[in-house]
Design a protein around this ligand. Structure first.
Ligand code: SF4
Ligand code: SF4
Length: 424
């Protein structure tokens, strides 16, 4: 798996391109799969970068901002990260990049109080950019003592390189932010987890790390799912938690989230941009692209010289946990770090199970997908409970490792849903 990871990453060549002036953006009235949003704009309204166009309701209250300046054209449906159609605010970009207010400049970002820090990352709409879109302030909003910040720079998914590109470009800013977060939250230390094979990034961080005594780098193995939060916490802090790392005084943020916090603290800049890896043989060109939130995949692909074949399979997210999407009318929301275009020969049809046991041996949650499927087929809820199906974290490793290309992860998601439905 290791060499494959390096090869695939090289395909996206770690080139950073910009696509920051789409004609239209489509800002989803949803956040992290939650569509219970209060809409605050109407057709014809003028908006600026940072205008709040929607608010998520309690308890995860977070603002959704316009990523461009221009006019609200109306409301349309587009595909979201989960492959569902979602209502979006369509905004015509006037290309003027007008901000709602002058962006104040904060020279020293470590001088925020904890209260100001929380208010700032809430106001600017910062959410987890590693795939969960959990409002970031929630990870810090506690009276409990926080001790450790883990910065996830592992990028263990074979196709994704957006965080590496960002860290290489903005190393000083990212380290400054990590240091500030540790100081503001009175934490003991920060640990940056980097894959052992990512030598370019290790070298870069080492060059700048000297002055930060409370930040260390931890080199981790180059295999999936090392970047999964639970695995990282176990690897770095040698502990387990029940629901969230905060129980053990730990916060895990990925690199893109840390940089979004930097822009929030330094300029009060709302979350309106991110870097997305466009990878896979189905693209003519493969890049990391800085985009405005709400940009359509279709528009970026056109600018990248299109697809290499007529029929490609699009996957939002990485190869491991990504979801196949029916159309390139897919909106780039904050949690999408990667879009894959696979040519159909890369998508293998499942063959019968050969009972090799690999899915059981490699499951990081120590589950038995075969017995779980069997219990599901027998509609045996009690057995599913004993087999602890609810502990499946949908990492996709079982599907990836299966030599007969079983869609085990998708099966687990379905089974979990069925099991939960029966429970309540
Ligand atoms: S998707 Fe679930 S069952 Fe499959 S390897 Fe991951 S945790 Fe285990
Ligand atoms: S890895 Fe695939 S073939 Fe092997 S036991 Fe699991 S489902 Fe069957």
């Amino acid at each position: 798996m290791g060499s494959m990871l390096s090869d695939l990453k090289n395909q996206s060549k770690k080139i950073l391109a910009n696509y920051l002036y789409p004609k239209y953006v489509y800002i989803p009235l949803a956040s992290g799969g939650d569509e219970d949003i209060t809409t605050l704009v109407k057709k014809g309204d003028h908006v600026c970068i940072g205008t709040i166009i929607g608010k998520r309701k309690e308890p995860n209250k977070i603002s959704i901002h316009s990523s461009v300046s221009g006019y609200v054209v109306g409301f349309v449906e587009k595909y979201d990260y989960h492959g569902k159609k979602v209502r979006c605010v369509k905004i015509e970009n006037d290309g003027k990049d007008t901000y709602l207010e002058d962006l104040p400049y904060q020279k020293k970002i470590n001088q925020y109080t904890k209260k100001e820090f929380l208010e700032t990352i809430l106001d600017t709409g910062i959410v987890g950019l590693g795939g969960d879109a959990i409002p970031t302030y929630m990870k810090y909003n506690t009276d409990k003592k926080l001790t450790t910040l883990i910065v996830n720079a592992t990028e263990c998914d074979p196709y994704v390189s957006s965080d590496t590109v960002l860290f290489m470009e903005k190393c000083e800013e990212i380290l400054e932010t990590i240091d500030a977060i540790v100081e503001i939250n009175h934490m003991e230390e920060a640990v940056i987890a980097v894959s052992k094979k990512n030598t370019g990034l290790i070298h870069k961080i080492n060059n700048y790390l000297g002055t930060y005594l409370n930040i260390r780098m931890k080199l981790v193995e180059d295999h999936y799912p090392i970047g999964w939060e639970r695995t990282l916490v176990r690897e770095i802090c040698h502990t387990n938690y029940k629901e969230i790392p905060m129980e053990k005084g730990i916060v895990v943020n990925n690199v893109a989230t840390i940089f979004a916090i930097y822009e929030a603290l330094k300029y009060h800049k709302p979350l309106t941009e991110r870097i997305v890896t466009f990878s896979g043989e189905g693209f003519q060109k493969q890049y990391n692209v800085k985009i405005k939130i709400g940009t359509l995949v279709k528009d970026v692909v056109e600018a990248m010289q299109g697809y290499s074949e007529e029929n490609v399979v699009l996957v939002a997210g990485g190869a491991m946990r990504g979801k196949a999407i029916a159309s390139d009318e897919l909106v780039l929301s904050p949690e999408i770090s990667c879009v894959l275009a696979l040519i159909p020969t890369e998508v293998k049809q499942p063959l019968p199970c050969i009972s090799c046991g690999k899915c059981i041996m490699r499951c990081p949650a120590k589950l038995n997908p075969i017995l779980i499927k069997d219990a599901y087929q027998k509609k045996n809820k009690k057995l599913l409970e004993q087999l602890e199906v609810e502990r499946c974290m949908e990492c996709g490793l079982c599907s990836y490792i299966c030599p007969t290309h079983q869609n085990l992860c998708e099966d687990m998601i379905e089974i979990k849903k069925w099991w939960k439905g029966g429970k309540s």
